[in-house]
Design a protein around this ligand. Structure first.
Ligand code: C6P
Length: 412
């Protein structure tokens, strides 16, 4: 796509950008509704990545030779695109990591070791992905810090009064998702960040499920740290972003040591490179960082407001369609939701639902979605989850509904 598309949403053109969408699965057209796990890639991103290896590839930040300069310029241009995408103040605040998981581990480990002591408190929520639980458990075990948990109510919203009662001068970090991957809930982040700051706590936001579906402005949110993954925003896997406020990143010790993250090295001691390189030890994922920049170009060309409007219409339509299926119960009915419907159907195991849908060419995720505390909260072993992206259509939702009716028929 070369020009800014507004109204109507250019769905035909978009679908033709994603080669995989014309694949047949068991002879049926692919209906890809597992976008929460990972999105498919447009040809613009695929070509950009192969283009790096074809004629722009060399190691970055090291060589004076031509190709090294080209690769470095492309990678730093991608960093600038990410900066603009989340409205960070400076490129120094944008760290390339392997993905959201590594970003959270980096903060929990580096910031945690330097700032947490026994009795300090970290607040998480019951709707966190394991990636935003386990790194905090590791650092809590190492430092004696204590984890407190904000519960979820029946509709899938956070119990804000409990959150407020948990906040105290002992709270050092609130680590919270922006959008729940298991429920679709959009968390009232701005308010939570303000209230956390008012008590002196920092906030890390897991933006994995928000970055593809919401306009993220880290300055407006006043987030201290914000992480997300390239593969969920139509970019490659193995690349992601840790945003951190410059003053906080400056004060944190390096996470990993190696090449590129140092200023000087000697056996009497080493000094660190400036941000963002202090946190980027070793040869980075050059081609995928560049590819992530192209994914951001793709989203920006369409414009997030148009994407949000279209995806909200898809979500409303799908919610209505699925609610009309007798035995189907949606898990997570928050007022503010994004692009995700988790559901169960009576006693039918979600894996059976997923398998039958798969035979119809419909890809959904089934399981605990790496959010076991959510499953525990709603007393289900697993759910089936349909998650939408900018290339899905209303007809695909019809196909999902027809396939689910088949599931109901098979199981009586
Ligand atoms: N959720 C899902 O199917 P990585 O693996 O680092 O790119 O992302 C981890 C992660 C962290 N937070 C949230 C809210 C997430 O949704 C995910 C990834 C996928 O829901 C795979 S488990």
């Amino acid at each position: 796509m070369t020009s800014k598309n507004t109204d109507p949403f250019p769905i035909k053109q978009i679908r033709s950008d994603f080669p995989i969408l014309s694949e047949k699965i068991y002879g049926k057209p692919l209906v890809y509704l597992d976008n929460g796990a990972s999105t498919q890639k447009p040809i613009q991103v695929i070509k950009a990545i192969s283009g790096v290896y074809e004629n722009k590839y060399a190691n970055v930040h090291r060589g004076v030779h031509y190709l090294s300069q080209v690769a470095t310029d492309e990678m730093e241009a991608a960093r600038e695109k990410v900066r603009g995408f989340i409205n960070a103040r400076s490129e120094r605040e944008v760290i390339f990591v392997r993905g959201a998981t590594e970003g959270i581990n980096l903060v929990a480990s580096s910031w945690g070791k330097a700032n947490l002591t026994a009795g300090d408190e970290i607040i998480l929520s019951q709707m966190e992905h394991h990636s935003n639980i386990v790194p905090w458990q590791l650092i809590a075990n190492a430092t004696g810090a204590i984890i407190k948990v904000i519960p979820i109510d029946d509709s899938g919203e956070l119990e804000m009064d409990v959150f407020r009662s948990l906040l105290s001068e002992k709270t050092k970090m609130v680590a919270i998702t922006h959008v729940s991957n298991a429920l679709g809930t959009i968390v009232p982040l701005k308010q939570m960040i303000k209230e956390s700051h008012d008590t002196g706590a920092l906030v890390l936001v897991d933006g994995c499920q928000a970055a593809p579906h919401l306009q993220v402005d880290v300055q407006k949110l006043d987030a201290d740290f914000y992480v997300f993954s390239g593969h969920k925003i139509y970019g490659p896997s193995g690349i992601g972003i840790l945003y951190g406020k410059e003053t906080l990143l400056e004060a944190m010790p390096p996470y990993q040591g190696g090449g590129d993250m140092i200023d000087t090295v000697s056996f009497s001691g080493s000094t660190w490179a400036d941000l963002p390189f202090k946190f980027e030890a070793g040869t980075p994922n050059i081609a995928d960082a560049i590819g992530m920049g192209n994914a951001i170009d793709y989203i920006s060309t369409l414009g997030l407001p148009a994407i949000i409007e279209y995806e909200n219409a898809l979500l409303s339509y799908a919610t209505e369609k699925l609610q009309a299926i007798n035995s189907l119960k949606i898990v997570g009915n928050a007022t503010e939701k994004a692009a995700i419907i988790s559901f169960v159907m009576g006693d039918i195991h979600p894996h059976d639902i997923g398998t039958i849908l798969d035979r119809q060419g419909v890809a959904v995720r089934t399981g605990h979605h790496c959010a076991q505390p959510v499953m525990e909260r709603y007393d289900v072993p697993a759910t089936a989850r349909a998650s939408f992206a900018l290339y899905n259509t209303f007809e695909e939702i019809d196909s999902l509904a027809v396939s689910l009716a088949k599931v109901q028929e098979i199981f009586g």
